[in-house]
Design a protein around this ligand. Structure first.
Ligand SMILES: Nc1ncnc2c1ncn2[C@@H]1O[C@H](COP(=O)(O)OP(=O)(O)OP(=O)(O)O)[C@@H](O)[C@H]1O
Ligand SMILES: [Mg+2]
Length: 467
């Protein structure tokens, strides 16, 4: 659409002549004979450039300029001033006016000025749109390009337009909530509400009334009627987070709603018809919960109409650089810091570490690094110790494992046990073992007696399993 130019002047003849000039340029034109009227237009329409007389009764051009900056910051303002009020116009420039021109207005001058203001407004609008897109990349959208993740994105895109119930599974921090929001945003319900509720965070008795609402007097303390989340999510999406924590009694009620499509407030008599799409999430193995008798089988099948598993980050390591740079861009901006990338060592540590906390843990590690960093690149020194340690561990491809040490074991003995076990995992490589343990290699000798260490190292590759 052609950009809109708004002219504000209290004299009709001025409005007419300016309007004629601008229309001839092919611009859309709106006119206002007072500052107040101009503000109305600014509130209603996307005005590219406002051309205003500086001297107007009521709201002066200066006041209008100031108001316009709040009501419509994307609008550029050009002031028209009579000879003798140039000083005021210069002051107005400091308030953010784009330019001013003096009367009598020359056609080619005002056209040129307004055209340049228009170009600036367009450029700023484009920048804003780009920035919004980038921000969306970081905050709103699921990032990932690994085959395992592309399959997830495809499944979500396919499920989104339907009203089918979706069960999202995956470890903590894998993006289940983000996925639920994506399902909503890509659905025809996007303009309706997205209502999340965590079944773990809310005590059982309260969860029930939160979900279904209650009538006044339904129980002691129910002094007023309360609408439940189901009602609130009407024509939208209800996100049942940590659904595996739901108590049996609430499970029964939920099942009824899913079967009948109606909810009843506690103490209510009238069933309410609701149009709600359910997305549920859990980091538990819900099928195992069913087998263990903790989760109703019939409810499980109702929820699992479409099942999407968010893979842990360690199963899509290819995506780590992509995620790390997206988080860096977003967090550097948020914290007003400079870093624009990672050193090779830092990136390789990020790619090697196991990320038990998945994407959330990565996001936090990047945030910490951004805050700590002092240069243009994030170094491995800016990363949490555990992440940094991962790089050394990779060099020797150490198998992960654990050992049982009885409570009350003397510390000295604990140290010896851990050192010995680590040495065995590194196949006697004491430099690597020291790196993993975060101590100097010679400390290993000091902590073990020399013979012992020598014997362990000497035993070499593939030593046995005995303690
Ligand atoms: N694929 C992804 N792309 C971008 N950001 C992600 C992605 N996955 C997760 N995140 C971010 O990681 C954090 C955790 O994600 P989210 O809350 O969706 O995880 P979750 O699976 O619901 O975890 P939990 O089970 O602990 O509730 C959020 O800040 C989210 O923005
Ligand atoms: Mg979550």
């Amino acid at each position: 659409m052609e950009p809109l130019v708004l002219i504000a002047d209290d004299e009709q003849s001025n409005l007419d002549s300016l309007a004629r000039i601008f229309v001839r340029e092919g611009w859309r034109v709106a006119t206002a004979d007072s500052g107040a009227q101009a503000l109305d237009v600014l509130r209603r329409e996307r005005v590219s450039v406002l051309v205003t007389d500086l001297m107007m009764p009521g709201m002066s051009g200066e006041m209008l300029l100031r108001a316009a900056r709040t009501v419509s910051p994307e609008t550029e303002v050009v002031l028209v001033t009579a000879y003798g009020t140039v000083e005021a116009a210069v002051a107005a420039m400091k308030e953010g006016a784009y330019d001013f021109i003096t009367k009598p207005v020359k056609r080619h001058v005002i056209v040129k000025t307004v055209r340049r203001a228009m170009e600036k407004a367009n450029l700023l609008a484009e920048n804003r749109a780009l920035r919004a897109q980038l921000a969306g990349l970081g905050s709103g959208a699921l990032i990932g390009n690994a085959p395992a993740f592309r399959a997830v994105l495809d499944a979500l895109r396919q499920a989104a337009p339907t009203s089918a119930t979706v069960l999202l599974t995956g470890e903590s921090g894998t993006g289940k909530e983000l996925a639920a929001r994506m399902l909503h945003d890509l659905s025809p319900r996007a303009s309706g509400p997205f209502v999340p509720i965590s079944c773990a965070a809310i005590p059982e008795t309260i969860l029930e009334s939160e979900l279904f609402g209650f009538e006044r007097g339904a129980f002691t303390g129910a002094v007023a009627r309360k609408e439940g989340r189901f009602e609130r999510a009407d024509r939208g999406t209800l996100f049942l987070d940590e659904v595996g924590e739901m108590s049996p009694s609430v499970q029964v009620k939920l099942l009824r709603v899913l079967q009948d499509g109606v909810v009843e407030r506690l103490g209510g008599t009238e069933p309410l018809q609701v149009d709600v799409r359910i997305v549920a999430a859990t980091n538990k193995d819900l099928a195992a919960e069913v087998r263990a008798g903790r989760f109703r089988e019939d409810l499980f099948y109702r929820l699992e109409v479409i099942a999407v598993r968010l893979p842990p980050l360690r199963e899509r390591r290819e995506d780590i650089p992509l995620l790390a740079s997206a988080f860096l861009r977003r967090l550097a901006e948020r914290h007003g810091k400079v870093p624009t990338g990672y050193t090779e060592e830092a990136l390789s540590a990020l790619e090697t570490y196991g990320w038990p906390g998945n994407v959330r843990e990565l996001e936090h590690a990047v945030e910490r690094a951004v805050v700590l960093s002092r240069g243009t690149l994030i170094t491995d020194g800016d990363l949490p110790d555990a992440v940094r340690g991962a790089r050394g561990a990779q060099a020797g491809t150490v198998p992960t494992g654990s050992m049982a040490i009885p409570f009350g074991t003397p510390m000295e003995e604990v140290e010896r046990l851990v050192i010995r076990e680590t040495l065995r995992h590194t196949r006697g490589d004491k430099v690597l073992a020291a790196q993993l343990l975060g101590i100097a290699p010679r400390t290993i000798y000091r902590k073990l007696d020399r013979d012992d260490a020598g014997r362990l190292v000497g035993r070499g590759h593939g030593s046995g399993d005995e303690g």
